[in-house]
Design a protein. Structure first.
Lengths: 114, 113
């Protein structure tokens, strides 16, 4: 039973446009969320995070939105660049309760066309 | 280097052999995680070390899997009597604390023939 779901295995976007990657979670104990980017043959790289006390966090071209009532978060990349082409993983965890172990989604492969 | 280092980068072995995978975390990081990623799957949690606390082994898939972390630094993941379904990329990550983003190594690609 997947607690973190990325329902789109892939996404194709034109350079300069907005990329929107979605993530849904089921565990109401999750209150800390992260996005990672992964290039082939490399480990995931931390991109941006958000805690449940916020509904938006922005870092340059990357913005994460959190809708707690819908248990949904999204990553917006604008403008998209060819170098953004990678697999993006959403992760979620409880930030209290002793053991912090993020649960990862299966990833969305983003392709940004020049 | 300043990042998480994993070795070997690739390992091919025969079914039934034991393998040892190594992870050097970032200096000063108290938390260390092992994950594996099978083809087309997400990151599957295996084991978590936090400081001197007992490790959380809840993700280990069978008793053929074990891990240790010596001196709060280097960690070794051991798989005994390997099976073909153990083929995957094994990723190690470390973080400054349990509520901090993880820094991942590039993984060990394990292939069981």
């Amino acid at each position: 039973d997947q607690q973190v779901k990325q329902n789109s295995p892939s996404l194709s976007v034109q350079e300069g446009r907005i990329s929107i990657l979605n993530c849904d979670y089921t565990n109401s104990m999750f209150d800390y969320f992260l996005w990672y980017k992964k290039y082939p043959a490399e480990g995931p790289t931390f991109l941006i995070s958000i805690s449940s006390i916020k509904d938006k966090n922005e870092d340059g071209r990357f913005t994460v939105f959190l809708n707690k009532s819908a248990k949904h978060l999204s990553l917006h990349i604008v403008p998209s660049q060819p170098g953004d082409s990678a697999v993006y993983f959403c992760a979620a965890s409880p930030s209290s309760g002793g053991s912090y172990i993020p649960t990862f989604g299966r990833g969305t492969s983003l392709i940004v066309h020049p | 280097g300043a990042g998480v280092s994993q070795s070997p980068s690739n390992k091919v072995t025969e079914k039934g052999k034991d393998v040892e995978l190594r992870c050097d975390p970032i200096s000063g990081h108290t938390a260390l995680y092992w994950y594996r990623q099978s083809l087309g799957q997400g990151l599957e949690f295996l084991i978590y070390f936090q400081g001197n606390s007992a490790p959380d082994k809840s993700g280990l898939p069978s008793d053929r899997f074990s891990a240790e972390r010596t001196g709060g630094s280097v960690s070794t993941l051991t798989i005994q009597r390997t099976q073909q379904e153990d083929s995957a990329v094994y990723l190690c990550a470390s973080s400054l604390g349990q509520d901090q983003p993880q820094h991942f190594g590039d993984g060990t690609r394990l292939s069981i023939l």
